[in-house]
Design a protein around this ligand. Structure first.
Ligand code: IMP
Length: 500
């Protein structure tokens, strides 16, 4: 008996390029659809959940909390809230996403009628909000007595100890609306009354939401946003193969639309048992599994009922699994192999199980390559960790901004489990690092730029949908010398001179 050897070395995205194909006049980025299935479906049927853009954010503390989930769902993708926290904490994040109403803001800088101008100015400085609600008890849902905006006071003329009730615009002079007003009705009122903000109150005059004029354009622009039948944002959540009997019910009750078993190595009986538990107790629940890197792993999870299969071991930017354990496979080769298994499974059973390419995306074009190689969507950690919406701190080092980013296998992430001292959870080695990534600004701007590149390359390949890209793509491996040729070379970049 000898070990099995693969005939070819495994490759990663940076070693491939797409060769353009014929593009018709219809091949314009504006005509490209990036819609893609998230969960398994039978031939001829529609998947229960599809994504409008092929992006999901990684199941990581440094990436996916409720704020990230809302920002990404607005753009048409989905976040998987990190599972390395207690089930209650994770469920609370899911709940916050599901109860978020686009355009309806819960007041977060409330003032009491007795608060002084000095205190209000300090609050304005701290929160950046210049429009504040005055409620009887100073809570976000207290009885609304008035609002304060910068038009209500003159700092140079008014003593700092003047109380809000003396200069606020009182409730009797406010334009307001009922708590069940729709967003478009609210916007009509804002426009016809030239308001900056419309408060929504319930029958007892208690404040429920505020709708701001400035959010109007925001909401109008989000044509790809991903919502459920009740117009709530779609959100996913990570689970593990240990506490599922407690975590899964809590997450589903909180409204999670899809779950995903989070493991660096998913070809295991534990995943099958977890999937079986979920199917028995919650037959309607959707749950992905992984990670695997070959056909056997895919087949195993597809047969165990996974709704999608996540592919990738050792390719993550913060991942040292390959170094510590010596397991893994080049991400491109893993995708190519698993996609074959997905297509065979579809042919045999008529059931399509989407494939997610997880980790190792460095350049935007790697996403196009992953899709061209057959992935249905990507999971990204480093990419999203750089944005304003990620949960981590922004830090300034030598004049440049960075955000923190750490692996789920690092001690920093694993420390949360200390709350539970039972069992065999003692850590012996780390599989991830703690790092910084360059800060990149708001998610929305970055996602738009990335996807415009993806759409443009798809047009070069003559494809208007991801399926078409997969059918038409021509891919070539490149030599290390042609990789050098691909960057700018044999010229001296101008910014090298700028410091002189
Ligand atoms: P990235 O997009 O290249 O940063 O990779 C993100 C992916 O890395 C995640 O979705 C996980 O699959 C994987 N990952 C997260 N934390 C760790 C870790 O600590 N060790 C190894 N892999 C990790």
């Amino acid at each position: 008996m000898v070990a099995f050897y693969y005939e070819e070395p495994s490759h990663t995205f940076g070693e491939y390029l797409l060769v353009p194909g014929y593009s018709s006049t219809q091949c314009m980025p504006a005509n490209v659809s990036l819609r893609t299935p998230l969960v398994r479906f039978k031939k001829g049927e529609e998947p229960k959940i599809s994504l409008n853009i092929p992006m999901t954010s990684a199941i990581m503390q440094a990436v996916s909390d409720d704020r990230m989930a809302i920002a990404l769902a607005k753009e048409g993708g989905i976040s998987f809230i990190f599972g390395s926290q207690t089930p209650e904490q994770e469920a609370a994040m899911v709940k916050r996403v599901k109860s978020y109403k686009s355009g309806f803001v819960s007041s977060d800088s409330n003032i009491k009628p007795t608060m002084t101008l000095g205190e209000i100015l300090a609050l304005k400085e701290a929160t950046g909000h210049s429009t504040m609600a005055v409620t009887e008890d100073g809570t976000p849902t207290g009885k609304l007595l008035g609002i304060v905006t910068s038009r209500d006071y003159r700092v140079t003329r008014m003593p700092m100890d003047t109380k809000a009730e003396e200069f606020m615009t009182p409730f009797s002079k406010l334009v307001y609306a009922d708590a069940d007003t729709t967003l478009s009705e609210a916007n009509d009122l804002i426009w016809s009354n030239k308001l900056n903000m419309l408060p929504l109150v319930d029958k007892t005059q208690r404040l429920r939401y505020m709708v701001f004029r400035k959010d109007y354009t925001d909401n109008k622009d989000n044509e790809l946003e991903l919502v459920d039948g009740s117009k709530r944002y779609i959100v996913g959540a990570g689970i593990n193969t240990r506490d599922y009997a407690e975590r899964v019910p809590a997450l589903l009750k909180a409204g999670a639309d899809v779950l995903c078993i989070d493991s660096s190595e998913g070809y295991s009986e534990w995943q099958r048992i977890t999937l079986q538990y979920i199917h028995e107790h919650f037959p309607e629940a959707k749950v992905g599994a992984g990670n695997v890197v070959d056909r056997d792993g895919f087949r195993f999870l597809a047969e165990a009922g996974a709704d999608f299969v996540k592919v990738g071991i050792g390719g993550g930017s913060i991942c040292i699994t390959r170094e510590t354990k010596g397991i893994g496979r080049g991400q491109a080769t893993a995708i190519i192999d698993v996609v074959k298994a997905r297509d065979e499974y579809y042919k045999e059973t008529g059931v399509y199980v989407p494939v997610c390419s997880d980790g190792g995306i460095v350049h935007d074009y790697h996403m196009t390559l992953a899709l061209a190689m057959g992935a249905d969507f990507m999971m990204l950690g480093r990419y999203f960790s750089r944005f304003d919406e990620s949960p981590t701190d922004k830090v300034k080092i030598n004049g440049t901004f960075y955000k923190e980013y750490w692996g789920e296998g690092s001690n920093r992430a694993r420390n949360w489990q200390r709350y539970d001292l039972g069992g065999d959870r003692k850590l012996s080695f780390e599989e991830g690092v703690d790092s910084y990534v360059p800060y990149a600004g708001p998610l929305r701007d970055n996602v738009h730029i990335t996807l415009s590149k993806v759409r443009s390359t798809m047009c070069n390949c003559g494809a208007l949908t991801i399926k078409e890209l997969q059918e038409k793509a021509k891919l070539t491996l490149v030599s290390s010398v042609s990789i050098v040729e691909g960057g700018s070379h044999d010229v001296i970049l101008k910014d090298k001179f700028s410091s002189r």
